[in-house]
Design a protein around this ligand. Structure first.
Ligand code: ZN
Length: 215
C-alpha cells in the first residue's frame, strides 16, 4: 500500500493511445499508465487535485521538438517536479551519469530509494534528481509522513476489523451467536471495511482510474 517505493524493474508501457494532436491529450493515458503517481516523487494524485499534475517531456520539448507528442517521451508528473525539471538535459559528455532516471528506461531503485518519508540517492543520477527536483523539500517530507501515518493507522484498523469478522463467523458456525445477530454484525463490519479500503486506496493511489474517453 505504501506509494513511496521506487520500482525495482523497468516499466513496460501498456497504454496504446495512438497518435494524438497535442501532448495534453495523453494525460488520461499517462495517468493510468503510471497509476496516478508522479514518476519522479511518487506522490499519488489522489491526495491532490489532479490538475496539479501534468505531462512531463522526458526529453525537453525545446530541444527535441520531434518528440513533443511522442508517447514514449511522455510521463505523468506533478507540477512541482515538472517545473523544477524544466528543460534539464544532461550536460554534454555526462549523459551516462548525470541523467534524471525515469521508470521506463531505468530501474528507479538503482538510483533512488525511500527511507521512511525521505529520499536517498544511490547514484550520481539519483543525486541529480534528488537535488534538481528537490525530492526532500521539508514540506513534502512532512506530507509523506502524514500519509504514511494514516496508512499505518488504517492498515491496523483493517486487520482488527478482519479478525472480529473471522471470530463472528466462527461463533455463528459453532452456534455461540445466532445466525441473524452474526450476519447483522458482519454486514456492519463489511461496511466499515469498505470505508477503510476506500481511504487506503485513496491515500495509496491504488484506486482504479476510470477509462476516460479520448479523442
Ligand atoms: Zn513529483
Amino acid at each position: 500500500m505504501n506509494p513511496f517505493i521506487y520500482p525495482k524493474s523497468r516499466h513496460a508501457r501498456r497504454e496504446r493511445p495512438g497518435v494524438l494532436s497535442t501532448y495534453q491529450k495523453y494525460k488520461p493515458s499517462l495517468r493510468r499508465e503510471f497509476e496516478r503517481k508522479c514518476v519522479y516523487c511518487r506522490m499519488p494524485d489522489s491526495m491532490k487535485d489532479p490538475e496539479m499534475y501534468g505531462v512531463d517531456h522526458y526529453r525537453p520539448k525545446h530541444r527535441f521538438e520531434q518528440l513533443v507528442t511522442s508517447y514514449p517521451n511522455l510521463f505523468y508528473c506533478c507540477n512541482p517536479c515538472n517545473s523544477r525539471k524544466g528543460d534539464y538535459w544532461p550536460p554534454w559528455g555526462r549523459g551516462k551519469t548525470h541523467f534524471i532516471p525515469n521508470p521506463c528506461d531505468h530501474e528507479m531503485f538503482r538510483h533512488l530509494r525511500f527511507k521512511g518519508s525521505s529520499v536517498q540517492s544511490r547514484s550520481d543520477a539519483g543525486k541529480v534528481a534528488e537535488e534538481l527536483l528537490d525530492l526532500n523539500d521539508p514540506e513534502v517530507v512532512r506530507y509523506r509522513e502524514l500519509i504514511l501515518d494514516v496508512l499505518d493507522t488504517y492498515g491496523k484498523m483493517r486487520v482488527e476489523l478482519d479478525s472480529v469478522r473471522t471470530e463472528l463467523s466462527r461463533q455463528r458456525d459453532t452456534g455461540a451467536v445466532s445466525a441473524l445477530d452474526a450476519d447483522t454484525a458482519i454486514a456492519s463490519i463489511d461496511m466499515d471495511l469498505a470505508k477503510v479500503d476506500a481511504v487506503l486506496g485513496q491515500l495509496a493511489g491504488t484506486l482504479k482510474v476510470a477509462t476516460e474517453h479520448q479523442d
